[in-house]
Write a protein that binds this ligand. Sequence first.
Ligand SMILES: [Zn+2]
Length: 248
Amino acid sequence: MSRQIYSLLAIAAVTLTLTPAPALADSPANQQAAKTAPAPVDCEQLKCIALTFDDGPGKYAGTLLDTLKKYDAKATFFLEGQYVKSRPAYVKRMAKEGHELGNHSYKHLNFTTIEPGAIRSEIQKTQDAVKKAAGVEPKLLRPPYGMADLQVSDIAAEFGMPIVLWTGGSRDWSTKNADAIKKQTLAVAKRDGIILMHDWVKQTVDVMPSLVKTLQSRGYTLVKVSDIVKKENLAAGDVFPLPEGWEN
Ligand SMILES: [Zn+2]
């Protein structure tokens, strides 16, 4: 059985289970909900991987969104508040097209070197900017440079957010070379992997059609990062994956 047919059957099964009582089934509200409900993703069944794009929305975000749409792939954007403010239309489109929006600070300050009040302000201003642009608030935090300590974790907890880092980096910001970015990403790709990329790196966006096609040909389904961490049952303030030397 092909993967696609299998997924459709899985969706059909879930839909059947969730079908409300007949009296309610035909109400316009239920019909609308059925049309707009996103297909459930089960990473226990699927070979999932999450591409995550930090520091955006970058100026190439529109092209990236076109590619993701073309290949029916989902991604996660850890957004920087100052760019959410200057490019709100991309953020609105990300939410509308089913991608996940995370918080990556307002101005990319290192949270382990600034005062608690400044950390709170960086997070809150970004929450507000995303809410204003897209009508939704991020539920995950990725601090700049992936730098977190116990204080950052405590403050994330105040905001009700787990901290999500990555399992592998594309090194795109460093190489800025399409072939190198693709090669590195494929080298660190693994089931339930979380890949760090940047949508301000033109070569990342340029290589994306080829990269997505290759990942899909290797059996991966490109999903939101929350689909991958679902089974971790992360609490607010938890860090995943745990950095080396971090004891919890
Ligand atoms: Zn960053």
